[in-house]
Design a binder for this molecule. Structure first.
Ligand code: HEC
Length: 144
């Protein structure tokens, strides 16, 4: 029994470590071109992701916004850190649910110091996929 528990714990830790590494690699591959390596963003084009998202991660609405945003993309004017942005975030629906959860997990834990248990799950991503919102409506989720 105890041994099974130890194996379970080791597996869970390995899975978490795997997701973290995978998230960092996916971020570099798909997101850093616009949001930059450390999530610092590009003024006037792509908002900063480092240190700007912890509040959103605290609520159910905030987390479903983040899942929806990566699945569906986003379009239209937003204000982030007092700066206006009005460009398009491309959709990443072609990535697997686990990959989207891992890349958002990287953004939240590494770039925003959110505890791992408060990031989004593959189930959140699957729900976002079902909702299939157009990019300009994703922006409305952000306002909520
Ligand atoms: C082609 C450039 C580009 C790429 C690639 C890109 N983004 Fe974005 N992202 C944007 C833009 C532009 C916005 C703002 C959209 C707007 O103004 O409505 C944005 C917005 C965001 C936001 C919302 C921030 C907030 O304050 O609400 C998050 C989170 C985000 N992107 C994460 C990601 C992740 C994760 C990836 C990789 C899977 C990614 N982005 C890839 C351009 C990009």
């Amino acid at each position: 029994m105890r041994r099974a528990l130890a194996v379970c714990i080791a597996l869970a830790a390995a899975t978490a470590a795997w997701a973290q590494e995978r998230g960092a690699a996916l971020f570099e591959q798909h997101c850093a071109v616009c949001h930059q390596q450390k999530g610092e963003g590009i003024p006037g084009f792509a908002p900063r992701l480092a240190g700007t998202l912890a509040e959103r991660a605290k609520t159910e609405n905030g987390r479903s916004y983040l899942a929806q945003l990566v699945v569906s993309g986003m379009m239209g004017p937003i204000v982030s850190g007092g700066e206006k942005f009005n460009d398009a975030m491309p959709p990443f629906a072609s990535l697997a649910d686990e990959d989207i959860a891992a890349v958002v997990g990287h953004v939240l834990t590494t770039l925003n110091q959110v505890p791992a248990e408060n990031t989004i799950t593959a189930q959140d991503v699957a729900a976002a996929r079902k909702r299939a919102l157009p990019p300009n409506e994703v922006r409305r989720l952000r306002e909520q």
